[in-house]
Design a protein around this ligand. Sequence first.
Ligand code: SF4
Length: 268
Amino acid sequence: MAGRVQSPSSINLFRQCPRKYFYQYILKLVTGSNIHLVRGKAVHSVLENFFKVNISQIHSENFDFELRTLLFDMFRQEWRKSKPELEKIGITIHNQIYYYNETKRMLTNWFDGFVGKLQGLMVDRGLVEGFKYLTPITEQYYESSSHKVRGYIDAVHEWAEGVHIVDYKTSSRDKMSDDYMLQLGIYAMMYKQKHGVAPKKVGINFLKFGEKFIDVDDVLIRDAEAACEQIQFDTQSEEKIDYPKKQSGLCKWSTGQCDFYETCIKDN
Ligand code: SF4
């Protein structure tokens, strides 16, 4: 059987619980939405669209106010578009307001960091060139046919001094977890395979806290390659018995449960 094409999320899901992987990727059981997915989608759209602003129409003397206004207009529009989905998943109005405000604070945090960098660049380059320099290639599709993995990278900065790859996260902690390290390693590997040169740095922009980068080295890429090879080996079977349950706090918690909890508890 030809191997399955994986993604950083599918590999991390398998590591979290092989049975969950079985339900999601082999049985293809329907997964539910949740506030974190809805919010993530809205934020990613805003950060993608923000860089499509026609910067030549922004006034240098008032750029902070004008760009900030545009950013939050985009956010309001995206949030409005998400309303039907938020209602479908049963988020109360009270909680919708809470998440709206929390997400707005994340975008404020991101924007403050962005403006800081832009101001520094404007000294030598001016607004238009400074903005262009900071504009990444967004939502770029990458794949590795040799390692059977694919994914969309949130932001790629192809700077002369070295490529930087960034993933945006709305997580409540800014810990560079093993999952995130693997995701970044896979991105670095796919980038290197496509362009023949590895990115210099990969990192997470924890929108609530700020950016964290790591240098790309051979070990990071080798670990990613090994993980991609291992998942091919681990997912050859289509039999449930080969995907053991790995029970943890992610089965059920105070405010939610695994998408497959009800199926899983009845299953052997
Ligand atoms: S309920 Fe727990 S053991 Fe079952 S699939 Fe979900 S995470 Fe795995």
